[in-house]
Design a protein around this ligand. Sequence first.
Ligand code: ADP
Ligand code: 3PG
Ligand code: MG
Length: 396
Amino acid sequence: MAAKRSVTTASLKGRRVLVRVDFNVPLNPSGTIADDRRIVEALPTLRYLETAGARTILMSHLGRPDGKRDMRFSLRPIVHRLSGYLGLPVPLADDAVGIHAIEASARLKNGEFLMLENLRFHAGEEANDPAFVAQLAQLGEVFVEEAFGTVHRAHASTVGVAKRLPAYAGFLVQHEVEELSRLVDAPERPYVALMGGAKVADKLPLLKSFLGRADALLIGGALAFPFLTANGAHLGATPVEPGLESEVAEFSRIASEKGTKVELPEDLIIEVPGEKLGACVPANAVPEGAIARDIGPRTRDRFFTHLQGSKTVFWNGPLGLAEDLRFAAGTREVLAGLSTLPGFHVCAGGDSARVAQELDVVQAFQYVSTGGGAALEFVQGVELPGLALIPDAARP
Ligand code: ADP
Ligand code: 3PG
Ligand code: MG
């Protein structure tokens, strides 16, 4: 994808700049921040705005409060963390729109920041309601899109405001577009996609998109189960996502038509109720009552052989139930192997980035996206509404 018009080309001094960030960070059950990478990755743009003398108004969502004011989803803890990083007070307007937000944004001086409370406290955000868009847009004179994780959503703060104000891309968005484009526009071959995780129906379009584009597609995790079942495997008591038979059959037909090598597990680590340790069985014969939880060592080796020959690797989705250390070896060993290999390796997906960190294998990747669904859609080659509205950078 072409580079987007950069915030560095905007006139910013003394202007009210409305910045969409994605501070939808994972929270611990107690409400504290579990991982602040999305805040940290936005800092270069925010520091740039401060130095440029902009009057910055930040907007974000957190969680899915479904249009209702629910203080469990308040941005208060996020603002606290952000002002620590910036070394500046960042006041929080207690409502994203209305008289207080208007007054607080009008009071901003050059180089100062204001954050608006959770956009999704208003139903108008997700509905991209014109009245809500107008209320947001009047707070700023320039729009900066820095919420890469949310560019797949056509919401008021992503597309609505971008249509009403001159729109620019922040550094994180530019960086994500540049790195992820390397997977879409002429990736260096062989290009291998390594996919796992759980939500098969959600991931089928992405899997399909690799057919004919990637040289090999390695499928592990619970994602492999409907494919194994379609091949006649018995998976014992393993939960297999139902209702996908015809889509899986179509997938296999296209795969053989396009000649993309699709690898499924040949052995699996199972959990047997009442037994502590997992056992390894052939992937077509999980015993009655047992549950498949991870790929086995032969599968790991086979996946690694494909990775060894590759120049570009995309990884999304743990290859087993990696939160349980008994079933983390598949993911850990394959990614540890990947970390020894040259090439351009990208990780995307909320759970994937977390698991890579927990298993201490992030060093396998040259790039870890801050996007979950947005990164997956980008890699799939889908046009993302939040990016489509930012003009391309002028050609030199
Ligand atoms: P991402 O958020 O990175 O796109 P997903 O949400 O699709 O990834 O999947 C992550 C979840 O899939 C993890 O919590 C992981 O433990 C689970 N998972 C992967 N393989 C299995 C399996 N064999 N059995 C149960 N859960 C699995
Ligand atoms: C994400 O975490 O993927 C983004 O913040 C978008 O959140 P959503 O899936 O609730 O729209
Ligand atoms: Mg997930």
